[in-house]
Design a protein around this ligand. Structure first.
Ligand code: AMP
Length: 280
């Protein structure tokens, strides 16, 4: 698997593919890849002639005191997974390649970034929108692939692409879970065995909420409060938020109508994990 470190080189590569009339898919990631990322790459490989996987721990989306330095990295392992999943190349720039010392232009999606994760991570989505815009400009893909695992991020990217007339199809992909239900995440590696067990309260809460909705519960607040009770029964869990919002606008809802996103962020020890489900 070829690993490209510079903007110039990846641009040249994509240009040569374009000359041959080939289509290009982009899978933006922060690396330390797992089956969740792999599902995005497999889908991109099925729908495009060439696939670029970006593997970049983006400093602008981490706030002070967050896990930028300790975020797990393993480019050799990532390369093997990309090869297996049918990627064409990994774009793995150094932060200095992406951000000049006097970098000062940001993309900020105003409304959808304020709630849910935006409350505790106020600069996070500005960093995400900025780096994703840069990757879109560098790679110019036909399609870009994002996981429903980061549901707010996906909604924000869709809105950004609409608002800024970016001519790239955004493809959302379902959440991939461990066999016991825990949503796959690079951050799961932070969990010790006891925390790993405790982390199951997130997926159990998702299952409970899904079951209530499937049985016809229309009161979003009741679904949320049952989920909160379930999570609170786990001594190692500390809730950041559990909320029901409109799946497109990310505005709070109290009734189940239209597309509702029920999303949560929960600390298990020091590790902040997210999970969600959609009620159509
Ligand atoms: P990350 O490396 O965590 O920034 O994630 C890169 C992409 O993979 C994002 O679009 C995520 O939503 C997606 N992703 C991460 N975990 C999962 C998962 N368990 N299932 C599906 N997609 C995922």
């Amino acid at each position: 698997m070829q690993v490209v470190k510079t903007v110039d080189e990846i641009r040249k590569m994509v240009k040569s593919w374009r000359k041959e009339g080939l289509s290009v898919g982009l899978v933006p990631t922060m690396g330390f890849l797992h089956e969740g990322h792999k599902s995005l790459i497999l889908r991109a490989a099925a729908e495009n002639d060439r696939v670029v996987v970006s593997d970049f721990v983006n400093p602008t989306q981490f706030g002070p005191g967050e896990d930028l330095e300790s975020y797990p990295r393993d480019i050799n392992r990532d390369a093997a997974l990309c090869e297996e999943a049918g990627a064409s190349v990994i774009f793995n720039p150094e932060p200095s390649e992406m951000y000049a010392p006097d970098f000062s232009t940001y993309v900020n999606m105003e409304n959808l970034s304020k709630g849910l994760c935006g409350k505790t991570r106020p600069i996070h989505f500005r960093g995400v929108c900025t780096v994703v815009s840069k990757l879109f400009n560098i790679v110019s893909p036909d399609r870009a692939y994002f996981g429903q695992k980061d549901a707010q991020q996906l909604a924000i990217i869709r809105r950004m692409v609409r608002d800024l007339n970016i001519d790239i199809e955004i493809v959302g992909c379902p959440i991939i879970r461990e066999s016991d239900g825990l949503a796959k995440s690079s951050r799961n590696t932070y969990l010790n065995p006891e925390e790993r067990q405790a982390a199951l309260c997130l997926s159990r809460a998702v299952k409970l909420g899904e079951k209530m909705a499937a049985e016809g519960e229309k009161d979003a607040d009741r679904i949320v409060s049952e989920m909160i009770s379930l999570i609170q029964a786990e001594p190692l869990a500390k809730i950041d938020y559990v909320e029901a919002v409109n799946g497109v606008t990310i505005e709070p809802v109290h009734k189940i109508e239209g597309t509702v996103l029920v999303a949560m962020a929960v600390y298990i020890g020091k590790t902040r994990l997210i999970d969600n489900f959609i009620i159509e």
